[in-house]
Every structure is written in structure tokens, then in C-alpha cells.
Design a protein around this ligand. Sequence first.
Ligand code: SAH
Length: 221
Amino acid sequence: MSETAPEDDTDDVRRAALILALRQRGIRDPRLMRVLETVPRERFVAPEYRALAYADQALPIACGQTISQPVVVALMTERLDLQPRHSVLEVGTGSGYHAAILSRLAGRVVTVERFRGLARSAGERLKELGFDNVEVRLADGTFGDPARAPFDRIVVTAAVPELPPALLAQLLPGGVLVAPVGPAEGPQRLIRFERTPEGLTQRDVMAVRFVPLLPGVAAVL
Ligand code: SAH
């Protein structure tokens, strides 16, 4: 008799299919691939969506938000060129899935969320799963995290009409910032910014659709 519960077998098969799909979409970095294979996305989605945890699609989470599509998480992460010594800021914790991925590739991750409920559940989940180098903060991420700045890398996982100046100010020289820039109703362009000695360079990665970055910490939830 198998030692593994049937649904775990199913997750393994689905995860393998997703990894193959990501490879076909051009994700190549072997370290990132390994991390995508080992972070259990099914633990970051609501139980009713478990069967879709390894489909390459965004899914609803609490507070009317979404867990990003795996290929988008993978591409954003790849464009960050993470090193184990890096200190990373994520704006928009959501489920905590992207923070978990980042934490396996960087030294430490600070992730900021405006919904108390999401920040709390993501924090608990990350702790339970052993992602010990992630700190979840309840705050308006438009202003980054001045107390923990500067950062080697910044990733914004909610759409911004333009780059918030505070985030740029918290990026170290040589640093990279990836963000979806464009109208709240979408689509936006995923842009990779790099702070070089000559100034800020910008590279367009692709079209994306993110929920908008909203002002302030949510009063309820
Ligand atoms: N990275 C997440 C998905 C992000 S969805 C994951 O892996 O699941 C975008 C998130 O940004 C939502 O949770 C939303 O509440 C949050 N958000 C929106 N505006 C924000 C702000 N000003 N500060 C911090 N978080 C914000």
C-alpha cells in the first residue's frame, strides 16, 4: 500500500505538469525551478481551490485579492536576479506564496500587506511551513518599509499607475525593482527598473494583470 495520501500524489503530478509548463514558457534558472518545485502552492490557496493550486492561473484569496499566476511569479522572480545575500522587499503579501519563493533565493524578505487578515494568515502560514527569513508587516506598502530599508531588490505585486518615489528611494545602488505599471483596471506592463551608476534604466518585460495598489491600511479585515 502507498504511504502517500492520494491527494498528495495528485499534487505531485500536477506540480510536475506545472513545472513543465513553466519551462515551456521560458523559465530556465535551475535554482528558481528547484524552488518552484518545492514550495507547496496548495498550502497558500483556499481549500476550495486546492484542485487548481497547480493550474497556471491566478486564484481568489480572502479580502477580494488574488494569489498571482505561477508563470508571473516565476518571471518576476527571475528578473530580480536574486542572490543569497540579498535583502528583498515585497509590496503586497497576499497569500505569502511569492514571499516564500523569494525567501528561498534571497537572504531575507520583508513583505508588506494592507489587510490585517491577509498579513496575519500569511505570517502564520509562512512560519508553520518554516520560511523563517520572511517578516510580514501590516502597512501601506506605497511607502515601503523605511525602518528596514535599503533593499537590494524590491518587487511590487499590485498595480501602480507610476513607480512610488519612496520605493525607489529605498533601493540600493545596483538594485533592481520589478513592478506592474499601468491603470488599475489593467492590463499593466511589467517593468524591470535597475539603479545603475548612470541612472535608472527601465526594461519592459510583458503585459500583466494585477489588482491595484490601494492607499492606506484597510480599516477592517
Ligand atoms: N504576492 C501575493 C499576491 C499579491 S495580490 C501572493 O503571492 O499571493 C496584491 C496584494 O497587494 C493584495 O494582498 C493587496 O491587499 C495588497 N496591497 C494592495 N495595496 C497595498 C498597499 N498599499 N500596501 C500593501 N499591500 C497592498
